[in-house]
Design a protein around this ligand. Structure first.
Ligand SMILES: Nc1ncnc2c1ncn2[C@@H]1O[C@H](COP(=O)(O)OP(=O)(O)OP(=O)(O)O)[C@@H](O)[C@H]1O
Length: 249
């Protein structure tokens, strides 16, 4: 496996307002291959979001090393999707999606075509002119995913992107994400609390230990890459998700 991103001996210490030191991450090692979907799971507070922010280049204050085959340009080559879609309420869906392009002063015809293709990909073509308040939670999150993909990032970082959605919408968005991955083959790092979500979406699952967060184990998901709702009913699915759950106990 050629590592697209190698995380080596990463350690992060926060110093709180009262000068109390919190070691959030210790000796984190992880390799991510190009085009791979890696899920990060672990108990609350184990440093998953911290690690994602470092990879995104939003936090450079840490020890250790992040090595890329092609170093992403901050704010340009990394797409970030958060739990809350954080759309601009006064902009239409289309203009929320094109936000990243505008920030890069990309007003090209290709840019505009890409926005339209992305709206199509996430099933929102008919809602391009709608405003966020007119959308369901799932549609808002689809808009956020399209926005993160608009400037064609090298990697998509997702921090509990489906955590605030109801179970049925979440399952639907899982299938949307699989379709998006099929179409774009983006490298994706996904933080989740759900062992089922990790099993359904990922090629590999990195399990983190409680604070200070370490990578306790990395498991390859023993399922075909082609996933569909029927995958969830396979005995291997339940077995793998059960094993992850046990590892988190
Ligand atoms: N800005 C900060 N200042 C001080 N401590 C922080 C800061 N951000 C995070 N921490 C601490 O670092 C640890 C890791 O936090 P982080 O949010 O990365 O965990 P997480 O695994 O994403 O948690 P959750 O699953 O609950 O979202 C926690 O103990 C948290 O209190």
């Amino acid at each position: 496996m050629t590592a697209f991103l190698s995380i080596r001996d990463v350690r992060k210490t926060y110093v709180g307002a009262n000068r109390q030191r919190v070691v959030a991450l210790a000796d984190v090692d992880l390799d991510v291959a190009e085009g791979e979907v890696v899920a990060l799971i672990g108990p609350s507070g184990c440093g998953k979001s911290t690690l994602l922010r470092m990879i995104a280049g939003l936090d450079a204050d840490f020890e250790g090393k992040l090595a890329w085959t092609r170093r992403p340009r901050p704010g340009k080559d990394i797409g970030f999707v958060f739990q809350e879609p954080a759309l601009l309420p006064w902009r239409s869906v289309e203009r929320n999606v094109s936000l990243g392009l505008e920030a890069q002063r990309d007003r090209s015809a290709e840019g505009r075509t890409r926005v339209r293709d992305l709206l199509d990909l996430v099933g929102l073509s008919d809602f391009a002119q709608s405003f966020p308040k007119e959308l369901s939670g799932g549609m808002r999150q689809r808009t956020a995913i399209a926005r993160a993909l608009a400037y064609d990032p090298q990697i998509l970082l997702m921090d509990e992107p489906f955590g605030a959605l109801d179970a049925i919408t979440r399952d639907r968005l899982h299938d949307d994400l699989l379709r998006i991955w099929e179409a774009t083959r983006k490298t994706i790092i996904l933080v989740t609390h759900s062992v089922e979500e990790a099993t359904y979406l990922a090629d590999r699952v990195a399990v983190m230990s409680a604070r200070p967060g370490r990578i306790k184990a990395v498991h390859r998901v023993p399922l075909d890459r082609d996933r569909s709702p029927a995958t969830r009913r396979l005995p291997e699915f339940a077995e793998f998700a059960g094993m992850l759950r046990q590892e988190l106990e």
